[in-house]
Design a protein around this ligand. Structure first.
Ligand SMILES: Nc1ncnc2c1ncn2[C@@H]1O[C@H](COP(=O)(O)OP(=O)(O)OP(=O)(O)O)[C@@H](O)[C@H]1O
Ligand SMILES: [Mg+2]
Length: 257
């Protein structure tokens, strides 16, 4: 039996009368892109927020590499190697692109300047940022020192995706990364997701875009009414079948092995 890299078992999250996650179960295996699909309000964002420390579930268990984890904050999850791009973007508009990329993990100058005087190595961060952004092919970016607030929505999304690809060491989680992007930028982000997977980092991708999901997912987790309805693959079912399972129009099949 393969062991999942990341696993959720029976997570529950309630907000007063609203149950965001009724029974959250998920397995992510090494080397795969796992798409998570479901209608609005199905609990997709809540599920991945529980996996990355952004919310603390009321009950249930989370395992990373087989060991149970109890993330209290997103920083706990990042330290453990889980990088997340949120649906509502977590970039700091007042900072420039390079500073956003290195937010919370700034590079210090070598030697005593960095260790004692805590001076930041801005040149190194700008050079690295430029490399990561051009890897992503955000060609429309003119200047790495441009404040993020002056970027378009799609470019901001690009910064967030580049950051998670650059720093994730165990798992990358993306909640609707292409929703705000044009066709060209979307394709680049999809390619980056494939590259990240091929580099050995498994990816969880939440998306409403069925063609994107069917193009790049290895497996597709279908979330409905706060729980996992089933797991299919792009080979096992069609897009319209997936939508039928997602909306409850058709009885979901047992999960694929
Ligand atoms: N902070 C909160 N307070 C109260 N209710 C919440 C909160 N966060 C989520 N919910 C509720 O939990 C349910 C699941 O929301 P969630 O954001 O996880 O859905 P989703 O599947 O990501 O939807 P979408 O496709 O629209 O992004 C919804 O009914 C939502 O209203
Ligand atoms: Mg959501």
């Amino acid at each position: 039996m393969r062991e999942p890299v990341l696993q959720a078992k029976g997570l529950v999250k309630r907000y007063g009368m609203v149950t965001a996650i009724a029974s959250g179960d998920l397995e992510l295996y090494a080397g795969e892109i796992l798409a998570v699909i479901g209608d609005n309000g199905a609990g997709k964002t809540s599920l991945i927020k529980a996996l990355c420390g952004a919310i603390i579930p009321d009950s249930g268990e989370i395992f990373l590499d087989g060991k149970q984890v109890h993330f209290k904050t997103p920083m706990d999850a990042r330290r453990a190697g889980i990088e997340t791009v949120y649906q509502s973007l977590a970039v700091s508009p007042g900072l420039d692109i390079a500073d956003n990329l290195f937010l919370g993990r700034e590079v210090r100058k070598p030697g005593i300047l960095g260790s004692v005087f805590r001076m930041l190595d801005h040149k190194k961060m700008r050079d690295e940022a430029k490399r990561h952004m051009s890897e992503l092919g955000i060609a429309t970016l003119q200047n790495i020192r441009q404040a993020v607030e002056s970027l378009s929505g799609g470019q901001r999304q690009g910064v967030a995706v580049a950051r998670s690809a650059a720093f994730g060491s165990k798992v990358m989680i993306l909640d609707e990364p292409t929703a705000a992007l044009g066709v060209k930028e979307s394709n680049r982000v999809l390619q980056l997701i494939r590259d990240v997977r091929d580099r050995g980092l498994p990816v969880i991708l939440i998306s409403h875009n069925m063609p994107h999901v069917f193009e790049i997912a290895d497996r597709i987790h279908i979330q409905r009414l706060g729980r996992r309805a089933t797991v299919i693959t792009p080979q096992s079912h069609t897009m319209s079948e997936a939508v039928a399972f997602m909306t409850g129009a058709a009885e979901p099949p047992p999960p694929v092995a």
